[in-house]
Design a protein around this ligand. Sequence first.
Ligand code: 16G
Length: 261
Amino acid sequence: MSEMLRTLLSIDTFKNGRGPRYLQLRRLIEDAIRNGLIKPGDALPSEREIASRIDLSRVTVRKAVQDLVRDGVLFQRHGSGTFVAPKVGRVEQSLSILTSFTEDMASRGISVRSVWLDRGIYVPSPEEFVALGLSANERVVRIARLRIGNDEPLALERASLSAKTLPDPNAVGSSLYEALEKTGMRPVRAVQRISAALLGEKDAELLGVTAGSAGLNIERTSYLASGKVVEFTRSVYRADAYDFVAELRLPPTAATKQEEP
Ligand code: 16G
């Protein structure tokens, strides 16, 4: 716990407050976040420690913390504690609609920018060769970006495309899909594989979280209507910032049976 936070969570700060004690504590934590004393991803002291520092019952502390969890200001990870949530809140991405990062953010009113980590033309790796269905001597264009929403790093995306699909990596401005749309190459279908990951030191540093934080590895292979592969993208998303949501339905035959009287 930082020295500032220690001072803040002291009996003195709390002495002359007004209103219910749990609301006072809630306000204190919100102010600490607003003033940058505790930052997204930081751990909060345990309920027991807060309770003993400011002489409150643990029930009162729990109520304040649960309120903030409910409102998305804090989040809890089973077994490892309570943390300050990312500024953008958790982003929900539908798994049934093929949208771009730029579109996902725009639909939520989140401003987006990217930091370029790499863009160039390369000899394909064996994995890219297979995933993109390349023929001998074809080159790949690699585009690697740190994607940022409302000034907060959210994901690392490393896209590979055949140089035949995207001959000039510099043709990509702020959106890859927008660039592909211009040449009639925007994908219409994608297969996405999501797996859990612990962020390594380098990725964690770029994403502004502690090494070992939870991440989501996502591999997206996108296709044109003709079946040709457009992009093979490997991404690392912050698990504390993203929820991928899938809608499930009964298979058509089962649905028909249910409707019968
Ligand atoms: C999404 C895609 C990524 C695609 C990018 C294009 C996931 C996991 N990945 O982030 O594969 O390349 O959108 O976004 O959803 P852009 O058009 O904003 O560059």
